[in-house]
Design a protein around this ligand. Structure first.
Ligand SMILES: Cc1ncc(COP(=O)(O)O)c(C=O)c1O
Length: 460
């Protein structure tokens, strides 16, 4: 392992950072009198900051990305070898890792057959939206162009991806938005007056049908859904939800676009989150865990049926997907993704996710028995949230400062956890955990102990 940089050099890096770097999701005013965290190395689940302090990272790079853990030299080697041989060519041409990764990926996704490369989750979703818009234009004068999205889901940072996002605080001040995106209600049982109804899942899905009927089925081209809502509060779908969504999509000719940017590549114990629920999507997007952050890569995967709609005689000059992503041609992305997938398979990480996910859930339920502030624990595999409330009866959320304080206490103890942040006005109250797929019981015990102490500190 490299030694953390020290002494004078540290001071220089911090001062250059403070002088010039504009950090993501950050208010910089406090940094006038404090220093930013600078992460300099990582191994397994642990990262080290510039001052040599080590942390257990329970959120895989802060935003559920580093699925196979830090310090994987075999991925670094695969990327290095590929870059030295052939770094880049626009993806209008093929590449060796691009072809090989597409074949391996499609093997894991029965029903899908085509892989379109780009370089971020937002961009992968935009490709999905563009496919729907162009299909509408080619088939019925653009009429079936509307795209439904769900309250509490997030689909990315660009203006159009935000237009399809159901988190008001994320969107606030960034409008006006792209027209043609229509919201449907969320399916979080915990905050629904009908959440205890055994038919809640089916009824929530029927709310989508109402929106389709209100808008006019001839105007609705697709619906985009996270299989398990991530930043919106870790919300697994209730029983019966996806069966009904699928039925509704079929009935009204609405394409089903599943956003696997977070859940994809094993996070929930299957290759893809939708595979828990028998969903047959038309479009699947993925990014973060595809190469675990070792290289930037995202994918928009589609069915052969959808792909074939874009086949035509070359004389029909506009009838093909006229889209490009410059960095979708970086060959290091699929090279890293191939090795990332090999690791997940060779180390049986999906099995580990199921076992450790169950253990994490059990340990959090124990914490719930101990701390009245935990109102709900939910998730799938190594993707779990604990919602904090003032009162279990009313389920009134704690103020976001409480969730922030618990996370800060964890950090002081050397454990990084996540939380819903600046997503909703009221519901910035869910602690989020997504440790790397390699995590052990000891890691989980350490994470849970830190949260236990963090919650105890709120009572004091
Ligand atoms: C579900 C989901 N979709 C899309 C995105 C956007 O991905 P990116 O930040 O790579 O553009 C995110 C990012 O957090 C996400 O959580």
């Amino acid at each position: 392992m490299n030694k953390p940089v020290t002494g004078l050099e540290n001071a220089k890096i911090i001062s250059e950072d403070k002088a010039h770097v504009w950090h993501h999701l950050s208010q910089h005013k406090p940094l006038e009198s404090s220093d930013p965290m600078v992460i300099v190395e990582g191994k397994g689940l642990r990262v080290t900051d510039i001052n040599g302090r080590q942390y257990l990272d329970a959120v895989s790079g802060g935003v559920w990305t580093v699925n196979v853990g830090y310090g994987r030299e075999s991925i670094a080697d695969a990327v290095r070898d590929q870059l030295a041989k052939m770094c880049y060519f626009a993806n209008s041409a093929g590449s060796i890792p691009g072809a090989l990764f597409a074949e391996k990926l499609i093997d894991k996704m029965p029903g899908l057959s085509r892989v379109y490369y780009s370089n971020s989750g937002s961009e992968a979703n935009e490709k999905g939206y563009k496919l729907v818009r162009q299909l509408a234009a080619m088939k019925n004068n653009g009429e079936k162009h509307k795209i439904l999205y769900r309250d509490r889901d997030y689909h990315g940072t660009t203006i159009t991806a935000l237009s399809s996002t159901g988190q008001l605080q994320r969107k606030d001040q960034y409008g006006p938005f792209t027209p043609g995106f229509v919201e449907v209600p969320h399916c979080l049982a915990y905050h629904s007056p009908n959440g205890d109804d055994p038919d809640f899942g089916v009824k929530s899905a029927r709310e989508i049908e109402k929106v389709i009927l209100r808008e006019g089925p001839d105007t609705v081209g697709s619906i985009v859904l996270e299989p398990i809502t991530a930043g919106g509060g870790v919300i697994p779908p209730p029983e019966g939800y996806f069966d009904t969504v699928q039925e509704i999509c079929k009935q009204y000719g609405v394409l089903l676009h599943i956003d696997e940017v977070v859940c994809g590549m094993g996070r929930t114990g299957k290759w893809f989150g939708y595979q828990h629920y028998g969903v047959r999507p038309d479009i699947v997007t993925m990014a973060k865990g595809v190469a675990s952050g070792y290289a930037a890569i995202s994918v928009t995967a589609t069915t052969e049926d959808l792909f074939s709609e874009f086949l035509a005689e070359p004389s029909d000059k506009m009838h093909y997907f006229r889209d490009i992503s410059t960095f979708g041609g970086c060959a290091g992305g699929p090279a890293a993704a191939l090795e990332n997938m090999r690791i997940i398979e060779n180390e049986n990480l999906l099995d580990n996710v199921v076992r450790m996910g169950d253990y994490l859930m059990d340990r959090l339920r124990e914490l719930k028995d101990k701390h009245a502030m935990i109102g709900d624990v939910r998730g799938k595999g190594l993707f779990v949230g604990a919602e904090l409330v003032k009162d279990r009866q009313t389920r009134e959320p704690v103020d976001e400062s409480v969730a922030a304080s618990v996370a800060a206490h964890c950090l002081q103890q050397g454990v990084m956890i996540g939380r819903t942040n600046r997503s909703f006005v009221e519901y910035n109250n869910t602690l989020c955990l997504s440790p790397a797929l390699i995590c052990t019981k000891d890691d989980i015990d350490e994470i849970v102990a830190a949260i236990d102490n963090g919650l105890a500190a709120q009572a004091g």
